[in-house]
Design a protein around this ligand. Structure first.
Ligand code: BGC
Length: 471
């Protein structure tokens, strides 16, 4: 690689490095930010929302019955029916519908919810026609955006994330809206519970986890996909913002949806490269969810794209191509959000001769011819961006372990994280790197308990059904 280019790439890679000292400090700050959020009622930019979910118990695996779940959280809307067997097992039927881009931005909340209700109807007609007309089936609604929840089945949208932007839904009750549109279509389904996908993941992993076999308690439900977030069980005395009269009798604690995507929005500690700033400026929620914008699938490819554009603007890459085309580059490389985390996952581990596989991927996706040197640059940047993402992902997990470990003083079992989402499930090496960074932070110092990471597949749907089952 030519020396100037190599120096420039090394500088970028260095900016994405994360060391142990940083991890430990950031985990402390995360812990403090949790405490502030648990005490503060009004949502604010400088601490995490820490939303009480009104889910007061963790499933035992014995829950039974047929429930529906509807899941809106990213590019797809999923409708499922879940039959809980009462023995840690379940049967799931599901349909997935792509959300048209114009319903994500630039239309109204009613348009979006009418679409969602139609899809629930289509699913019922196809799979449970017998219930559609007579029974009132219970539905758990997984709505994976920050919501100000005031009861198990009530909550108003605080703000959109992950590319959605329909301003008229902000401050409206999302359960009411779904119920209204289903009723308009004559569907006899009752929206019994509202759940974030992380709450669903926590509950579904706890349901599936047969602790006699795993010897581990599920302490976090986490998503590392298009966005990122986590939920855990907190004891009531640690949630000062909760009005006691709203807490169901006999409850000792409550599941908290942390909305950790908003950790350190004021950038006290998070790395803030010029690429992070450029990506933030392109989003609909500038200045918010800055932790998420360094970690989750929606942003990793865009970080790579803006870094490449920077090297190009400095005259360091794509110069032969630029000249050969008479002073231009293929237009796709200028398009924000075009490079997905899935593409990064191919570039990350390409070990073909001269990175031939990357060459094909880049040609296919971006119509971008590259030389071997450019592909080496792309691979190094990809690895730096994803390494930072995985290491940062360990911070909330370790902070939560250190927070809840006292709840388990009389329990010898290990701890496990239930995780879902495309990045943690499919990105090569992501899980191992998270665990490596958790080990560096060492939240269980001095204990012989271990920490495991388990994938909770389809967690949010099953979890929403579990929420509906207790309603
Ligand atoms: C949302 C969370 C959600 C997470 C993962 C974030 O952007 O704010 O509510 O849990 O994405 O889907």
């Amino acid at each position: 690689m030519n020396a100037t280019l190599e120096t420039a790439v090394n500088e970028i890679v260095d900016q994405f490095a994360i060391d142990k000292e940083f991890l430990v400090e950031a985990t402390k700050l995360f812990h403090e930010s949790m405490t502030t959020g648990l005490a503060s009622k009004a949502p604010a930019r400088d601490y995490m929302p820490m939303i009480p979910t009104y889910v007061t118990g963790i499933p035992s695996g014995k829950e039974k019955g047929l429930y529906l779940a509807a899941d809106l959280g990213g590019t797809n809307f999923r409708v499922c029916s879940i039959h809980l067997g009462g023995d840690h097992t379940f049967e799931l039927k599901q349909s997935k519908f792509k959300i048209p881009v114009d319903l994500m931005q630039g239309s109204t909340a009613d348009d979006l919810f009418e679409f969602l209700a139609e899809k629930v109807k289509a699913f019922l007609d196809q799979n449970h026609a017998e219930h559609a007309a007579q029974d009132k089936l219970k539905l758990g609604f997984t709505f994976s955006f920050p919501v100000n929840q005031t009861a198990l089945n009530r909550g108003t949208l605080i703000r959109w994330t992950k590319g959605f932007d329909l301003p008229d839904l902000v401050n409206k009750d999302v359960v009411e809206l779904l119920q209204k549109h289903m009723t308009l279509l004559g569907i006899k389904v009752h929206v019994a519970a509202l759940a974030n996908d992380t709450v669903g993941t926590l509950l579904s992993r706890a349901y599936s986890n047969d602790i006699k076999k795993t010897n581990a308690n599920t302490v976090v439900g986490a998503i590392f996909g298009t966005g990122t977030n986590g939920a855990y069980y907190e004891t009531l005395e640690n949630i000062p913002k909760l009005d006691k009269e709203d807490v169901p009798k006999g409850a000792k604690g409550m599941v908290i949806n942390t909305e950790w995507g908003s950790f350190d929005n004021t950038l006290k500690i998070l790395p803030n490269t010029k690429y992070d700033q450029l990506v933030d400026e392109e989003t609909a929620n500038v200045g918010y969810h800055l932790f998420e914008k360094r970690i989750s699938g929606m942003f990793l490819g865009e970080l790579l794209r803006v870094a490449l554009m920077d090297l190009f603007n400095r005259g360091l890459i794509f110069q032969d191509l630029y000249k050969a085309r008479g002073g231009s580059l293929p237009h796709r490389i200028f398009e924000p959000w075009l490079i997905s985390a899935e593409v990064l996952s191919y570039l990350q581990i390409d070990d073909s001769t001269n990175l031939k596989m990357s060459e094909l991927v880049l040609e296919n996706l971006l119509r971008l011819p590259t030389n071997h040197e450019e592909r080496l640059v792309i691979q190094r940047l990809t690895q730096a961006i994803s390494h930072r993402a995985a290491y940062l992902s360990a911070i909330p997990l370790a902070a939560i372990v250190s927070r809840v470990k006292d709840q388990y003083n009389d329990d010898e079992r290990d701890f496990e994280f239930g995780c879902d989402g495309s990045v943690v499930e499919f990105y090569p090496g992501f899980q191992q790197k998270i665990l490596e960074a958790v080990a560096l932070i060492d939240p269980l110092k001095g204990s012989s308990k271990k920490i495991h990471l388990r994938i909770a597949k389809d967690g949010s749907g099953v979890g929403a059904a579990l929420c509906a089952s207790v309603a």
